[in-house]
Design a protein around this ligand. Sequence first.
Ligand code: UD1
Length: 420
Amino acid sequence: MDKIIIEGGKTLKGEVRISGSKNATLPILAATLLTDETCVLRNVPRLLDTHTMVKLLKSLGKVVDWDKDKIIIMSNGKTNPVADYKLVSTMRGSICVLGPLLTKLGEAKVSLPGGCVIGVRPVDLHIKGVEALGARVNIDAGYIIAKSKRLKGSRVYLGGASGPSVLGTANIMMAATLADGETVIECAACEPEVEDLANFLNEMGARIKGQGSPRIVIQGVKKLHGADFKMSPDRIEAGTFVLLSAMSRSSFMIRDIDYQQLMALDDVLAKVGVSVEPDKNCVRVIPPRTLKPMSITTYPYPGFPTDLQAQYTAIMAVTNGVSVIRDTVFPDRFMHIAELNRMGARIRREGGSAIIEGVKELCGAPVVASDLRASAALVMAGLVAKGKTEIRRVYHLDRGYENIDKKLMALGASIKREKE
Ligand code: UD1
């Protein structure tokens, strides 16, 4: 296992390029199971999670040729309906093979992904959705076993206690592409990654309308064909670099960013005292001398993303005042608090909220990364802290940030990777 060692306090400069979106890539890779024809995906980020999804696709019968940021996915002629526990348990995103396998083969056996440190993470909405399309679902020995002849289009409401489900919407949308008749998903997730997936499916010959809105309408078709598609930039990686720029009082250029997708962050940054200069697909952050505290609540898109909550907590830790951060999407996603406190932050958790009393500065310390976005928060804290920070279990970071240490090094950060 690797660890990352950071010497804090360097001003960052130059430019950084944002990679393709992880959360768009994972369901789009799963969507290639809907056809036996060849698909080509471009601007694919080389991440641990993409590697896991590629391994899963291979185990299901795909032949994958991955060169730099381009992946060609072909079929070996026979699709296997069983998504094994060993692969699914390492990455929750694997659940999105359920819809494609079921609708293409008439059966799917997908391991239940289980919870993770950010919460329980149920799959009831995925199951409700495929049942609404006529599938019979059983849970047996830790697997979801779903069967149906041809799925039948239907109206399905996908809102849960914490709002819509991103991968739930992805799964049901994919299942509905080959169903008989019309499916209407109400309370669909509006995340840009769902829109990307729908656009890819339409390139494959699907008939989907309303993507990006809470009501998606899918007219089932008999067959889908191969397609060639380029991934959008990763909005969470982009938001992380925007926050890092503000937190480190560094003004560097962030390239290949779709800043429109970060409206909620932009709104908050203006209140914190940070101005951002967007120019086509680039932005430059103009950080202020002092950062004002500002409370936020996370919501599904277009609200403030839960995937930027930990990074925002890191920046609020060094403002002059008190802020409250509430996560309505994953109310248990606060593992980073204890580690940030080891670096001198003053944060306490109350239920689904973090209460932060800003401190003047953080100091380097040995810390442990607990999950993907918590790791990003620790890297940000390490880059501004006084002295040395050693972050263990950085494989979490490698799940979602492509070449993060190299990108930061190119910006002038003092950061290195070592074997533990
Ligand atoms: C996706 C993203 C993840 C992001 C999350 C929320 C991918 C690969 N992952 O995860 O990075 O943090 O969206 O923006 O795209 N829920 C239920 N029942 C379900 C499914 C979900 O109650 O069947 C709840 C969850 O516990 C959570 C909320 O709905 O409280 C949102 O979860 P969901 O949108 O499903 O997250 P993912 O799609 O797994």
